[in-house]
Design a binder for this molecule. Structure first.
Ligand SMILES: Nc1ncnc2c1ncn2[C@@H]1O[C@H](COP(=O)(O)OP(=O)(O)OP(=O)(O)O)[C@@H](O)[C@H]1O
Length: 258
């Protein structure tokens, strides 16, 4: 069964079409990847899914409900979380505070509760703290929860982002280039973490990634796009041998080299 279904998605900026009639779906419980050469439109797809961009047309169905055009916090509340290509941590806050910050979309106490510190708000804060610590434990950072986020090594800062996304209790987690800037060992740990998130937490995963070794090892389903259009989809073996995929990647290398 599909957890995410994208149909005929189109997006343009000032007349330039960056996503052109894209359709793909992600099966519940799978680890899926969206790949393509630089500028193919991958992050733009994520931005449409999470409500950061409003598509020109098309339909996005998440868990049976249409979410096209909803605001990002409402989409988060429905169970979709993401990490970003570049770190987006609050540098002066502690690791724990950073993870807690991601969950305020879920509180019901509202602004008055926050000002007057009502019992409801206190209970919610306690719950947020508990879940945040659980997520930090899951990513192996609980012992660093009181450290300033900016004082952590880069690989650990990425884990804080993971914990923050997980703390929103997503059913679908979108990872935008999670291996960028990681060394070999960290990439191995990342693969283990992706599998654990799916296997132990039951979270479906869709990732954008340029590290083809990682993509091919970890993905069960791959969608390849180029110039905003789907050019192939299937398993790692199917996609790797697809002439259109090979051409798209070789073409982009030549352009970069030129
Ligand atoms: N806010 C925006 N305004 C104008 N153009 C944009 C905007 N966001 C994306 N684009 C353009 O859309 C195209 C696709 O960009 P996008 O970042 O989605 O590609 P990508 O596949 O994620 O690339 P990369 O692999 O390099 O991160 C690019 O040409 C980019 O310049």
């Amino acid at each position: 069964m599909a957890l995410l279904e994208v149909t005929d998605l189109c997006l343009s900026f000032a007349g330039l079409q960056v996503i052109r009639g894209l359709s793909f779906s992600v099966e519940k419980g799978s680890i899926a990847s969206l790949i393509g050469p630089n500028g193919a439109g991958k992050t733009s797809v994520f931005n449409c899914l999470t409500g950061f961009y409003r598509p020109d047309s098309g339909r996005i169905i998440f868990d049976g409900r249409r979410i096209t055009g909803l605001k990002p916090h409402r989409i988060t509340r429905k169970g979709m979380a993401r990490t970003f290509q570049n770190l987006r941590l609050f540098k002066s806050m502690s690791v724990l505070e950073n993870v807690m910050s991601g969950q305020h979309c879920r509180t019901s106490a509202g602004a008055l509760g926050a000002i007057f510190h009502t019992p409801t708000q206190r209970r919610e804060e306690e719950e947020i703290r508990r879940i945040s610590e659980e997520c930090l434990d899951f990513v192996g950072l609980l012992d660093k929860k009181d450290r300033r986020a900016s004082n952590l090594a880069y690989g650990d800062q990425r884990r804080v982002e993971w914990a923050r996304a997980l703390a929103t209790r997503p059913r679908l987690l979108l990872l935008d280039e999670p291996a960028a800037g990681l060394n070999h060992d960290e990439k191995q740990q990342l693969m283990g973490m992706i599998r654990r998130i799916r296997d132990e937490l039951g979270v479906t995963i869709l990732l954008i990634e340029h590290d083809m070794g990682l993509v091919m090892k970890v993905s069960e389903q791959i969608t390849v796009i180029d110039y905003g259009q789907k050019i192939a989809e299937g398993t790692a073996a199917e996609v790797q041998n697809n002439p259109r995929v090979i051409e798209a990647y070789l073409g982009s290398d030549e352009e970069e080299a030129a």
